[in-house]
Ligand binder design. Structure first.
Ligand SMILES: *[C@@H]1O[C@H](CO)[C@@H](O)[C@H](O)[C@H]1NC(C)=O
Ligand SMILES: *[C@@H]1O[C@H](CO)[C@@H](O)[C@H](O)[C@H]1NC(C)=O
Ligand SMILES: *[C@@H]1O[C@H](CO)[C@@H](O)[C@H](O)[C@H]1NC(C)=O
Ligand SMILES: *[C@@H]1O[C@H](CO)[C@@H](O)[C@H](O)[C@H]1NC(C)=O
Ligand SMILES: *[C@@H]1O[C@H](CO)[C@@H](O)[C@H](O)[C@H]1NC(C)=O
Length: 308
């Protein structure tokens, strides 16, 4: 009786030791689809919300570029949140002033806290932030404290090198398993200031098409890119939101009435196809929409990812 018991103990100990080396949990569903777990981050198309903070259900709120709030955007499948920052009275806030009216989206810290709450409830989701920094807010002085206070720094991914070429990124499954499923890009400042390693210089790794297009065919060109990597080694972002030029005044506003067409599958796929020759025949990595709850953005992205 003794010998089997001690054999069992040895086997049990061996299993425990082995177990300690095996990751406790492997994600089997990543961003809603099993097929995406083994797909590198650089080989996935993500749906994005342009001016994600600027939401209002009021159709008369002309400065609003979204109709539903952050958690609703995330619930409907948005996995890149874009937002423009400004410094107001020494506080970092999200707002935009590029259009006729100012839209005040509150503090960056409150925004990140809201998103962190959603991420805690949705552990198998990889999310990308694309923030703009036109006032040159200090990375260590203003951005990092907002991330820290929101709790989201526990989830951020810091790549082994900057810039990362499109083929260098880990899979969604690895990002989720490692608990590093939030990728943070800033348009300006992170190229020269690397003091906050998880805040990544956007244009060294992503090129963008022109923005604020008033042409519904979205002619494609490499509008902004930077850094030592070739365009082919960058990911790409389609600014797929249509503006109207109010009374030919040069004042551009987003127009919700065209959103069902602009955000429909044919328009999004045509834009992707138009950009393919500039993107080594790959699909775009990010598709930014206004009024992301209108139309069929999620279906278009699923189709591009081949995961319907
Ligand atoms: C977003 O809107 C939904 C529906 O109106 C609401 O239940 C939810 O509390 C809102 N979320 C936030 C963070 O305000
Ligand atoms: C996951 O974490 C391990 C241990 O820290 C590290 O060796 C590995 O490179 C990480 N993988 C990714 C995809 O970041
Ligand atoms: C980029 O696009 C904007 C408008 O979307 C335009 O004003 C600007 O001239 C473009 N820049 C380049 C380099 O193409
Ligand atoms: C992912 O890889 C497939 C197969 O090579 C390709 O067709 C697709 O365009 C790629 N998607 C992205 C976003 O790179
Ligand atoms: C596509 O979007 C339009 C406009 O929002 C909507 O009426 C339609 O139901 C959507 N189609 C599908 C299949 O979801």
């Amino acid at each position: 009786m003794r010998a089997p018991a001690s054999t069992l103990t040895v086997l049990l100990a061996a299993a425990l030791v082995r177990g300690a080396r095996i990751p406790q949990r492997r994600a089997t569903i990543c961003n809603g689809h099993a097929e995406l777990c083994d797909r590198p981050y650089g080989n996935v198309t993500f749906l994005g919300a342009h001016d994600s903070f600027a939401f209002s259900s009021d159709p008369l709120a002309l400065a609003a570029d979204q109709r539903v709030n952050l958690t609703q955007q995330l619930d409907l499948g948005v996995r890149m949140l874009q937002a423009q920052s400004h410094i107001f009275e020494n506080e970092l806030k999200f707002c935009h002033t590029s259009k006729i009216l100012l839209f005040d989206g509150g503090t960056v810290q409150d925004y990140l806290t809201t998103v962190n709450g959603w991420l805690e409830e949705n552990p198998n989701e990889v999310l990308t932030f694309l923030f703009t920094n036109p006032d040159g807010a200090s990375l260590s002085g203003m951005w990092e404290p907002a991330f820290q206070a929101s709790g989201i720094t526990d989830l951020v991914y810091t790549p082994p090198q900057v810039p990362m070429a499109i083929g260098d990124w880990p899979t969604l499954g690895d990002l989720i398993d490692n608990g590093t499923r939030v990728i943070v890009f800033l348009d300006a400042g992170a190229d020269t200031d690397r003091s906050v390693p998880f805040i990544l210089p956007e244009f060294e790794m992503i090129w963008e098409t022109p923005f604020d297009s008033t042409d519904p065919t979205f002619p494609c060109s490499v509008n902004r890119t930077a850094g030592p990597l070739s365009t082919a080694d960058h990911m790409s972002l389609n600014n797929h939101f249509l503006d109207i030029n109010v009374l030919n005044s040069g004042i551009l506003i987003s127009d919700p009435t065209d959103a069902p067409t602009t955000n429909g599958v044919p328009s999004i796929l045509a834009n992707a196809a138009g950009c393919a020759p500039l993107a080594s025949n790959r699909n775009p990595n990010f598709i930014l929409l206004d009024f992301a709850n209108i139309g069929n953005g999620t279906q278009a992205v699923d189709q591009l990812n081949g995961v319907q």
